[in-house]
Design a protein around this ligand. Structure first.
Ligand SMILES: Cc1cc2nc3c(=O)[nH]c(=O)nc-3n(C[C@H](O)[C@H](O)[C@H](O)COP(=O)(O)O)c2cc1C
Length: 184
């Protein structure tokens, strides 16, 4: 039995919906970083015991929200004991623009996982970028490092493009599959 944990921050609920969708695909436990950038103390034990950790944050001003970064700095405690070394990691970000500098956030999440000595899982899905492509398609945003989601600036959490949510579920499944293979 493998244990996947999705740890995320969401200011206004959109990234939370993505986190829930990734978690559904991975059969993962969810941990929310609160508005002050904190986790319940017991959540650190949950992260330390996980086989895989998936990071999620909205892109604010071209990088993950400060609350996520506060969590990242606090994870230095786990770094000191190498508690997360050789775990499987993945990451996702959500923002309003198609581009919106989301890649900067993904690279940040990938770097954080690498600092911890983790094994990163790429998105592993081909882009849907032909003329006939729509926002209902898998990986219409053409990500590769991790999961990209675009929530239009005036969209409610119920209006996140279905293709991005379907991509989120598949990414969660992939992380769980890779974790199972590595644990054998
Ligand atoms: C302070 C702030 C900065 C933002 N910066 C960006 C940005 O750099 N790029 C972008 O595409 N969207 C940006 N957005 C839009 C959010 O990424 C978008 O609304 C996202 O869905 C919010 O996710 P959340 O509901 O989980 O907080 C920004 C929003 C806020 C509040």
């Amino acid at each position: 039995m493998t244990k996947v944990v999705v740890v995320y921050h969401s200011g206004y609920g959109h990234t939370q919906r993505v986190a829930e969708t990734v978690a559904a695909g991975a059969n993962a436990e969810l941990i929310a970083i609160d508005a002050e950038g904190n986790l319940p103390e017991a959540a650190w034990d949950t992260l330390n015991a996980a086989d895989a950790i998936v990071f999620g944050a909205p892109t604010y001003m071209g990088s993950p929200s400060w609350q996520f970064k506060k969590f990242a700095d606090a994870s230095s405690k786990a770094w000191f004991t190498q508690a997360w070394k050789d775990k499987v990691f993945g990451g996702f970000t959500n923002s309003a623009s198609f581009n919106g500098d989301k890649q900067v956030s993904l690279i940040y999440l990938n770097t954080l996982a690498s600092q911890h000595g983790g094994i990163w899982v790429s998105l592993g899905l081909p882009p849907s970028n032909a003329k006939a492509a729509t926002r209902n398609d898998i990986n219409n945003l053409g990500g590769s490092v991790g999961l990209l989601v675009q929530s239009p600036s005036d969209a409610s959490v119920d209006e996140i493009p279905q293709g991005d949510l379907d991509t989120a579920k598949l990414y969660g499944q992939r992380i769980a599959d890779v974790t199972r293979k590595l644990k054998i």
